[in-house]
Design a protein around this ligand. Structure first.
Ligand code: PRP
Ligand code: URA
Length: 204
């Protein structure tokens, strides 16, 4: 499994604003989108690309073209990262997975799935919080079952517990995150974390 922790002051300052409990939902949404853009740029570093010939006004030269991508946000919180990816890659195909953690067991249940054809495609999976890893693991299973050849998870924050779970269950997965935090608390929230991403994004 590849784990990339984006070590850039821009990512750091955006993450700090997301962590700040006084950041209100409108600003939280804006900053989440900006940080998702930074994570997406890092994620595309390892995505399949082909060499192409391009004619400049002066000469022909060799350039790069990324293979067609599929992006799949996990509802709800992953929606806060989607626009950054669709703006960066307007040709991207979008699928959706709805997953919700049980408050007692922390295990996810899937309440919605709408995936485009994934056979032979690479997928970017968007879930800002990698806590126990249950949601991301269930999503990876769905994407692999649908035929995705490679999955990269973009998460704002990751807990060591979630990384370990994914490493065991999905060794081929790549993860791009802005921080690996200390631990989970007794409610399976990431510490120091930023609280409930979905609630802060949607003002619930
Ligand atoms: C949150 C978060 C992740 C999941 C992470 O979703 O957005 O999807 O928990 O936790 P895990 O790694 O322990 O599975 P939640 O179930 O709260 O739903 P929401 O996005 O609709 O708020
Ligand atoms: N989901 C969140 O939104 N926050 C956490 O800290 C863990 C799961």
């Amino acid at each position: 499994m590849g784990l990339a922790v984006v070590d850039h002051p821009l990512a750091g300052s955006l993450l700090t604003a997301l962590r700040d409990r006084t950041t209100p939902p409108p600003l939280f949404r804006l900053i989440a989108k900006r940080l998702a853009l930074v994570l997406c740029i890092e994620a595309t570093r390892t995505l399949p690309a082909t060499s192409v010939e391009v004619e400049t006004p002066l000469a022909s030269t060799t350039g790069t073209r990324l293979e067609p991508l599929v992006v799949v946000p996990i509802l709800r919180a992953g929606l806060g990262m989607l626009e950054a990816v669709t703006e960066l890659f307007p040709e991207v195909t979008v699928g959706y997975l709805g997953l919700e953690r049980d408050h007692a067991t922390f295990e996810p249940s899937m309440y919605y799935s709408k995936l485009p054809p994934l056979e032979g495609r690479s997928a970017l999976l968007l879930d800002p919080m990698l806590a126990t890893g249950g949601s991301a693991s269930a999503a990876c299973e769905a994407l692999e079952k649908a035929g995705a050849t490679h999955v990269t998870l973009l998460s704002v924050l990751a807990a060591p517990e979630g990384i370990a779970r994914l490493e065991k269950a999905h060794p081929e997965l790549d993860i791009v995150t802005a921080s690996v935090d200390e631990r989970l608390d007794s409610h399976a929230y990431i510490v120091p974390g930023l609280g409930d991403f979905g609630d802060r994004l949607f003002g619930t």
